[in-house]
Ligand binder design. Sequence first.
Ligand SMILES: [Fe+2]
Length: 399
Amino acid sequence: MTLSVEEIDKKYNVRPFVDPQPTSIDVNPLTLTAIDLSLFREGEDGLESRQKLASILESSVTTYGFFNIINFGIDNDHIEHLRAVSQSVLTIPHEEKLKYLASAARKEDEKPGNIGGERGQGFKPKGYWAIKNGVRDSIDFYNVRDTYHDDFLNHPERHPELLQAHLKEIADYYNYLHRVILPQILRLCDLILKIPEGSLLNHYFKNSGTNQDTSGSHGRLMLYQPYDEETSLKETENMYLRGHSDISALTFITSQPILSLQIKDVYSGNWRYVNHRPNSLIVNIGDALEFISGGHFKACLHRVVQPPRDQVGFNRLIIIYFCNPSNESELDPEVLNSPTLARLGLTKEDKLKEWQKIQFHDWNDTKGQLLGRSEAGERNLLKFYGRFIERWHHFPLET
Ligand SMILES: [Fe+2]
């Protein structure tokens, strides 16, 4: 007997995810710049509007590497529904999760060369990583990969029952970000680099969003469950996820009220909470786009910590999309001949002398193997291909 979607939702108690109230404690959060994508106009007539958005975006991508997008064409009710489904997917019994693991149940038990719980399709269950002093992580997530391939919808059996019932809706969300929003943001980046619009997409994102897309972009449904306060304070120094930069070109995260995400302030070097902007996505630059822009755009360190006291004890649920360039794309700006980068000396002849020629898969594989391992911590800088794995602005900021 096949159950209807309604019956499946009932079986898994799909219900709205309840966020706590915004914090009333002043923690001096950083308010990100908002890019209003409803102002993005096509054609020659729209160039002025795009130029305006690009100049607003420029100050964000070249400093914090984080910004918000608003009015991006997806209704908030739709995102809340995805969060409701995610809540139930991520809380199915542990034994059920073990049937759909992204890799092993614990990092230590992974086979060498495995793509890992971080990037594989399926569950990364709570406790996969060792965080500190014997405490393991308190994060459940489920990854979906290559949602733009026909294969994704043709093989529902790869996913648990509840996810199967909502597979198309999940694919539609991610594919919209990949096929509609990614090109818009890249065109604004083209304008910042003073190169023809479409250059970044054409050179680095071959066959973007099609069956031939080799980028391995992936979505993630992610649930943080609180530690008891004592464990968190004593053993993990309030850390849920330690500082890192993303491997991706761009990462999209649903904004929600719990202040837990922190980024390293580009000016003071201090960690700062990122403010919640309702009905927005948080977007950040990852390593790949930092390299493609010759280091002009910053893939900033960020981490997840215990929220302010009045938000402790609540579950935190986010939906993420890691959007990558194609596997074969070369991670340097040479082919672009950008006047902006030439002016800043971000060229092979000047500041990029040390950079070895690499393709995206080189970086993805090298850094991917280090994810979740203690030797790749933020205090131990590791350098590969002339670039730091955990990077923090390798070139001095323009003053
Ligand atoms: Fe991240």
